[in-house]
Design a protein around this ligand. Structure first.
Ligand code: UDP
Length: 331
């Protein structure tokens, strides 16, 4: 795709994390100059190559002021967040402090510095339990866990910042990010790992424990939770388009990003077996608190407004991309 050159210097908060590090590569490939701000709590300095990395925390307002005083940014992409549904249920405080207070600190620093373009990593978790098979932007937002509530609070704040201060923003609501860079040298690596596809592949490889399937008594065809897996490269493509979009469109916008196809936990295990040719040792476990049964995107609005269309539409291809990364030696 071609992106019109609009915002050359881009601050990438959380640029050492899973999605952020893929984004940094995509920005460089498209001629932008990213600068990363990351506290390295979950990110990896090794995954950012020779891109400038400022180590700091969004809760440190002085550090943010210094960052904006020392650099001139045309736009900000904000990936830094706590993002585990289960953890948010048992320790909501860190979600509201990190995701809400941290982001408001960022918005205030942007405002003081006169930076008025933000692409915000939001989530399907803002919707809660779906009322329709596919979730479009006009679906009611009734999050069922503190993680989703923290993302929704920021979406609401962004509308107020648009109205009062003219801040332009695009909130991108990821469904389930998955897959890895084509070259296979950066990918998804969390400690502890809680996400389904990495856990499935680690079980298949024998580098992780057997997979626990959290709940098989949901109201879904096979009883396990259904999710819409979207490749990280397609998410990055949407962010690039969002940068261009904000040039033309004032206001606070939000788009749902998914493939529009749902796969159950059991279907993901079967796909991993097809892709890897290995058994995935697994057993049933109780439901994980906070998990909605079914989350599948309707991304028609992103297609229409951003001209975005996912290129990885096949679950086997998405898992294959993650598999190539998982087989490599890891940092
Ligand atoms: N899941 C599972 N076992 C795992 C990890 C996840 O059964 O080890 C399930 C989880 O309950 C959810 C789905 O897989 O229904 C996707 O979970 P993940 O943590 O990957 O993403 P989330 O939907 O929470 O963002």
């Amino acid at each position: 795709m071609t992106v019109s050159g609009c915002c050359s210097n881009v601050l990438v908060c959380g640029g050492a994390g899973y999605i952020g590090s893929h984004m940094v590569r995509a920005l460089v490939e498209h001629g932008y100059v990213p600068i990363i701000f990351d506290n390295l709590s979950t990110g990896h300095a090794e995954s950012v190559g020779d891109v400038d990395l400022v180590r700091g925390d969004l809760l440190d307002r002085q550090a943010l002021r210094r960052l904006f005083a020392e650099h001139s940014f045309d736009a900000v992409m904000h990936f830094s967040a706590k993002s585990l549904v289960g953890e948010s249920m048992t320790d909501p405080g860190i979600y509201f402090v990190n995701n809400v207070v941290g982001t408001i600190n960022l918005l205030e620093a942007m405002r003081e510095a006169g930076v008025s373009r933000l692409v915000f990593s939001s989530s399907a978790a803002v919707f809660g339990n779906p009322l329709t098979a596919r979730i479009a932007e006009d679906h009611p937002r009734q999050p069922v866990n503190p993680y989703g509530r923290s993302k929704l609070m920021i979406e609401q704040a962004l509308r107020d910042y648009a109205n009062a201060y003219g801040m332009r923003s695009v909130s991108l609501r990821y469904f389930n990010a998955a897959g890895a860079d084509e070259a296979g040298d950066i990918g998804e690596s969390h400690k502890p790992e809680t996400h389904l596809i990495p856990n499935v592949l680690r079980a298949a490889l024998g580098t992780g424990p057997e997979l626990k399937i959290f709940g098989d008594d949901y109201d879904t065809p096979d009883g396990t939770c259904v999710r819409d897996y979207i490749h990280v490269a397609d998410l990055c493509d949407a962010h690039l388009r969002a940068l261009s979009y904000m040039q033309l469109k004032p206001g606070a916008h939000a788009f749902n990003l998914g493939n529009g196809n749902g796969f159950s936990v059991k279907q993901v295990v079967e796909a991993a077996w097809r892709v890897t040719g290995r058994d995935v040792p697994h057993s049933m476990a109780p439901r994980r608190p906070g998990d909605p049964a079914w989350l599948v995107a309707d991304s028609t609005l992103a297609e229409r407004e951003l001209g975005w269309k996912p290129s990885f539409t096949d679950i086997d291809a998405i898992i294959d991309s993650a598999w190539r990364w998982h087989q490599k030696p890891r940092y």
